[in-house]
Design a protein around this ligand. Structure first.
Ligand code: F6P
Length: 318
């Protein structure tokens, strides 16, 4: 193999740049030509592929977002679209790709591998919803952003004796809500894993109000409920004045924390080694202290382990 490529796809995540840098520099170290594919599968299909040098990835390890750009491109599910992408790769002679993204990205990588281009998937998403890794690239940075925001909300909540309901991202995974709820000392977390038991939450918040606490914080994973409407219900039932905050895409921005930079760098190097050994259709993950790789199909179908003990913590300590 002489030519490899790297791309980012799906929602961007802080630390993607560190992974791109590691892939490019490890590739060059191994004597490969390394190409950047711009704007994910969409750019690949349209042939937006450029040769990268060492300097092109200089000064990016500390930067959020992705210098390669990213896109959601559901059209890639169609075989005819993928065939166009394969043609673009064959024109240049690219034999392997490191793709950085979430589960949709992994599906594309698996399909391309089946069509003859070895692909290695790196878990790049703030959601931490990929079961083949303990942590995804970007999760800890987004978590820190959320915790910083909730700390600020707490200040004003306490001044006004209010309850704050905070909606965080995560798609269908409650890890951002769980870990931020623990870190920010919240009263209650509502996640896909816990389900939404309205009366339990209302009772808990009322109890806080009745014992004279100056504030209460509820962290909610997106897509589960309407936080504005729920805030009104809390206010009516508990007598806490209540405000809703949707953190939104702020959570995806910001410079990657050190953990994400290290994880991304190690995974980037590991992915190139897999390509070098002729592997394709593999998903790289962190398990405990070690990097591992799994068949992408297995990674996509594996059930996520739910950190049950951590869920208990919020209830016990609030
Ligand atoms: O997967 C990352 C993520 O930020 C999710 O948490 C969120 O549901 C989704 O992407 C938002 O997607 P978009 O940026 O396309 O609106």
């Amino acid at each position: 193999m002489k030519k490899i490529a790297v791309m980012t796809s799906g929602g961007d995540a802080p630390g993607m740049n560190a992974a791109v840098r590691a892939v490019v520099r490890t590739g060059l170290h191994n004597g490969y030509q390394v190409y950047g594919i711009y704007d994910g599968y969409e750019g690949l299909t349209n042939g937006d592929i450029r040769l990268l040098g060492r300097g092109d990835v200089g000064g990016i390890i500390n930067r959020g977002g992705t210098i390669l750009g990213s896109a959601r491109f559901p059209e890639f599910k169609e075989k005819s679209v993928r065939e166009k992408a394969i043609e673009q790769l064959k024109k240049i002679g690219i034999e392997g790709i490191v793709v950085i993204g979430g589960d949709g990205t992994y599906r594309g990588a698996q399909a391309l591998t089946e069509m003859g281009i070895n692909c290695i998937g790196l878990p790049g998403t703030i959601d931490n919803d990929i079961s083949s890794t303990d942590y995804t690239i970007g999760f800890y940075t987004a978590l820190q952003t959320i915790v910083d925001s909730i700390d600020k909300l707490r200040v004003t909540s306490m001044s006004h004796k209010r309850c704050s309901v905070v909606e965080v991202m995560g798609r269908h995974c409650g890890d951002l809500a769980l870990y931020s709820g623990i870190s920010a000392g919240s009263e209650y977390i509502i996640t896909p894993e816990t389900g939404f038991h309205k009366q339990l939450v209302l009772d808990k918040i009322k109890e806080s109000h009745n014992v004279g606490r100056r504030h209460a914080i509820v962290v909610v994973t997106e897509h589960l409920l309407n936080v504005s409407e729920f805030s009104q219900e809390i206010e009516e039932f508990t007598k806490y004045e209540t405000r809703a905050t949707v953190l939104g895409h702020i959570q995806r921005g910001g410079d990657p924390v050190a953990f994400d930079r290290v994880l991304a760098t190690e995974m980037g190097e590991y992915a190139v080694d897999l390509l070098k050994n002729g592997k394709g259709g593999r998903a790289v993950g962190l398990k405990g202290m070690d990097l591992v790789d799994y068949d992408i199909n297995f990674a996509l179908s594996k059930k996520r382990e739910i950190p049950k003990k951590r869920y208990g913590l919020v209830g016990r300590l609030s």
